[in-house]
Design a protein around this ligand. Structure first.
Ligand code: ADP
Ligand code: MG
Length: 147
């Protein structure tokens, strides 16, 4: 499914719509450059599940936890990950086991880990102010984003 947005608010709205279709245990993995709108979309997802506080990139801490919505949300930013093995140091497996939703910015840094998981891929491509957002669920996963 491909969507086009021209403002950060539209990207957040798409995130909120996606949030309604998520289940415990889902893994969302972004691809796309710095400034593409990964954090903007994650903000929309967090607000869509009912989390009301601020959502920023966990660039230095690698992960933020958003609790208090209908599902726990774990927001990863792997930009500063040097080696994929470091995922285990930050307890990635434990987060996966916590029956929440894991959202991963810079998933390009964890190809091996993600290759063995069922992932909802979200690619954001930039052309000027337009974002082309392509959401690819695993085979046989029906994602209904009608609001
Ligand atoms: P990322 O997490 O991918 O690095 P951010 O969400 O932090 O990106 O930042 C996206 C930037 O792009 C923000 O400054 C935002 O205002 C701007 N922007 C412009 N158009 C859009 C759009 N259509 N969707 C999302 N962000 C947009
Ligand atoms: Mg970001």
């Amino acid at each position: 499914m491909t969507y086009k947005t021209t403002t950060p608010e539209q990207t957040e709205q798409l995130g909120s719509a996606l949030a309604k279709a998520l289940h415990a245990g889902d893994i969302l993995a972004y691809t796309g450059d710095l400034g593409a709108g990964k954090t903007a979309m994650t903000r929309g997802i967090a607000h869509g599940i009912g989390y009301t506080e601020s959502v920023t990139s966990p660039t230095f801490t690698l992960v933020h936890e958003y609790l208090g919505g209908s599902l726990p949300l774990f927001h990863f930013d792997l930009y500063r990950l040097d080696h994929e093995d470091q995922l285990f140091d930050i307890g990635f497996d434990d987060y996966l086991a916590r029956k929440g939703v894991c959202i991963i910015e810079w998933s390009e840094k964890a190809p091996q880990t993600l290759s063995t998981e069922q992932v909802i891929w979200i690619d954001i491509a930039v052309t000027d102010v337009q974002r082309t957002i392509t959401i690819t669920p695993p085979p046989e996963r029906d994602l209904d984003l009608s609001q």
